[in-house]
Design a protein around this ligand. Structure first.
Ligand SMILES: [Zn+2]
Ligand SMILES: [Zn+2]
Length: 310
């Protein structure tokens, strides 16, 4: 390859802004944009993420991933009169999502003409996540936050009569989780990975979908830039304590740098293992938490446990 040609789009000759190493193609803004949208369309189609009639709630934090999820779902599905898309934001009061982030979420929904709902930890639980985590070990900050957020998202999506709950997990998020679960020996969680909708027999559990699962983080970063999607770049101040994820990110990026394509193949491996893992953990029946009546696999759900520490 001639050196000068390296910086030109492989499809049109315009200036390249991105090199997709595993394909060996250069992309200009226009072609990268098209390619990402095409990949999301393919993920939706091949995994039946969207049915004939849906009301899809997008878990919208105001960050780049969830904003892209909402933006693309709206772009792909807006002409279908049987599909409705709404934004659901959980204001955690601190950390990953605060008032600051939710203003980005509101703006985006307003611009796209979509319904938007904001709920806060403080209103729903009577406490801020900060109050709870102060009493816990630093390492569990993100875990506690995640438990409460997922709980509220499911509950609110159900109350808003959503048929699906879409989250902004990108390829990097997913493979980090896969590797971390392997390293921790948490096989049961591996049953949840992959692009297939996360369904439960429990009627109180809203089916979850991850439309961005095949898009690497770097491409999501470029997508918001190309499409001028205003988003929050705030990172959770507690995230730095979560060194296990931090180390996993470093390791995976390092590996991807040396052996291109390992993120995609790690996801593929986990997806292939999934049916066997699911078989092994089939026993979990439909249960509702004794305290709050929300879906759980135990007698008392994690959220009630976390709140009970108070
Ligand atoms: Zn091009
Ligand atoms: Zn509960």
């Amino acid at each position: 390859m001639v050196l000068g040609e390296k910086m030109k789009c492989s499809f049109c000759g315009r200036k390249s802004i991105y090199f997709r190493k595993n394909e060996g193609h250069h992309y200009c803004k226009v072609h990268l944009n098209k390619s990402i949208e095409k990949r999301v369309r393919k993920t939706i189609r091949e995994n039946n993420l969207v049915g004939k009639k849906e009301r899809i709630g997008v878990a919208l934090s105001g960050g780049k991933d969830s904003s892209t999820t909402l933006y693309l779902l709206n772009k792909i599905l807006k002409n279908n009169p049987n599909i409705e898309i709404i934004g659901i934001t959980i204001d955690q009061g601190f950390g990953c999502v605060s008032k600051y982030d939710s203003t980005f979420a509101s703006e985006l929904c307003k611009n796209l003409g979509l319904e938007h709902h904001i709920f806060s930890f403080k209103d729903e639980f009577g406490v801020n996540v900060e109050d709870i985590i102060k009493k816990k070990e630093t390492s569990s900050y993100c875990a506690i936050c995640g438990v409460l957020r997922r709980y509220l998202l499911n509950k609110k999506a159900r109350e808003l009569v959503c048929t699906k709950l879409a989250t902004g997990h990108n390829l990097d998020d997913e493979v980090q989780t896969i590797l971390m679960n392997f390293l921790k020996g948490d096989m049961m969680r591996l049953a949840r990975v992959g692009a297939m909708p996360m369904i439960s027999k429990n009627p109180k559990f809203v089916t979850r979908i991850k439309p961005l699962i095949n898009v690497p983080e770097k491409e999501v970063e470029l997508f918001v830039e190309i499409n001028n999607i205003k988003h929050s770049s705030q990172t959770c101040p507690y995230r730095k304590y979560n060194t296990f994820r931090g180390e996993t990110i470093k390791y995976l990026n390092n590996m991807e740098g040396n052996s291109t394509g390992i993120k995609h193949s790690l996801l593929e491996s986990a997806v292939k293992l999934k049916p066997y893992i699911k078989k092994q953990f089939k026993k979990s029946e439909i249960k509702l938490c004794k305290k709050c009546k929300e879906p759980t696999s135990k007698k008392i759900c994690k959220t009630c446990k976390v709140l009970g520490v108070q």
